[in-house]
Design a protein around this ligand. Structure first.
Ligand code: HEC
Length: 149
């Protein structure tokens, strides 16, 4: 078959229209895997100043705080970290040992300061008691598995 200019262009357009969505899908996928595979994702936890990390959770073990924190989590955090904190497209699992073994004061410090350059927002506008409620909820999930990789 002899190809004229038009048929070459049509063929090129066809190939492109098939290839572009495939490349996009790959990109999306690798964004999600990047979060899970990036071991430095929890590195910020180690940077909490000792004094901040040592702060006691005034609501520790309070079942009402767990419930209230769960509601706040759904409202503010689930979008990125998943409904049950198992990790989502935009944020890592909070059931990972790195998070669960962190002292409450460290989690409170993370919420207060965020990790903005890496996509974790600052929550200092939430009143302190609400931040502690969220910390209490996250800690109540207990030491969990890292998400399947
Ligand atoms: C817009 C998306 C987004 C929202 C909303 C969000 N996070 Fe995050 N969070 C992230 C990302 C991205 C990271 C990973 C940051 C990094 O690489 O250090 C993260 C990290 C964390 C970490 C681990 C700290 C670390 O070392 O990075 C904790 C704990 C955390 N988030 C708790 C929360 C809680 C609790 C809420 C709700 C108040 C929340 N996040 C809301 C995106 C989000």
């Amino acid at each position: 078959m002899k190809m004229n200019k038009t048929s070459v262009m049509i063929l090129a357009a066809l190939i492109l229209s098939l290839a572009v969505p495939a490349v996009w899908a790959q990109k999306e996928n690798s964004a999600a895997t990047k979060i899970k595979k990036d071991s430095s994702v929890y590195a910020e936890l180690a940077k909490a100043p000792r004094k901040a990390a040592a702060r006691r959770n005034p609501l520790e073990g309070d079942p009402d705080a767990v419930a209230a924190g769960g509601n706040l989590f759904e409202l503010h955090c689930a979008e990125c970290h998943g409904e049950t904190a198992e990790g989502g497209r935009k944020g890592p699992s909070l059931r990972a040992v790195e998070v669960q073994q962190s002292p409450p004061g460290t989690l409170f410090w993370i919420l207060t300061n965020g990790v903005v350059r890496r996509g974790m927002p600052v929550w200092s506008k939430l009143p302190e008691p609400q931040r502690w409620q969220i910390v209490t909820y996250v800690k109540s999930l207990g030491p969990g598995e890292n998400p399947p990789q």
